[in-house]
Design a protein around this ligand. Sequence first.
Ligand code: SF4
Ligand code: SF4
Length: 207
Amino acid sequence: MAELTRTIKYEADRVKGFGRELMSVPGCEDLQSCIQCGTCSGVCPLSIYMDYSPRQVMALTRSDFKNEVLRSHTIWLCASCYACTVECPRQIRITDIMYELKQRAIHEGIYVKNFPIPVLAKEFYTMSRKYGRITENILAAFMFLKTDWLAAIGMWKLGLGLFRRGRFSLWFHAIKRKDELNRMLATVDNLSIDELKDERKKASKAT
Ligand code: SF4
Ligand code: SF4
């Protein structure tokens, strides 16, 4: 039986404080001044494929609809072209807000699970964290296995061709001094959210 989905949003769907908290992140503060003009949606080359337009994502985020934005395809379809950010009449850094939403979706594990882009981002993070670098074909294999393994079977010819030319690695590549990388990442992990915000403020002032 077809599943019915409610499209109207209720007050109870809001996660109070989400919008305010996101707007406290350096680079995202100006979201408060969005006038819902729709310019961002108009200039976005990918908005026709998105479930929520960039304008809607801005409105939903500001209004605390956390689950709707973090579970949306839109944040993952955003190609970071910055067209919306350049054209926004209120100088809102829409692309950076999209990045912030992606990070939160990964961190909280509430992204569309069989959608390749967030799965790829998560696997990329895990592999770079563990080995200090990426082995591209293994990364692609993980992505296919976790989203659409039948598509991987359909690509066997490409895989064989890469293997014959020595471009298909069967083992993970790793950096030599992983301990140094781990120490650096552990330092970042141990910073509180407020300390991380301070660090980002300092970095954005320096640029
Ligand atoms: S272009 Fe800027 S002001 Fe207009 S809807 Fe988009 S974010 Fe809001
Ligand atoms: S940065 Fe993302 S949301 Fe903005 S116009 Fe480009 S693809 Fe669309």
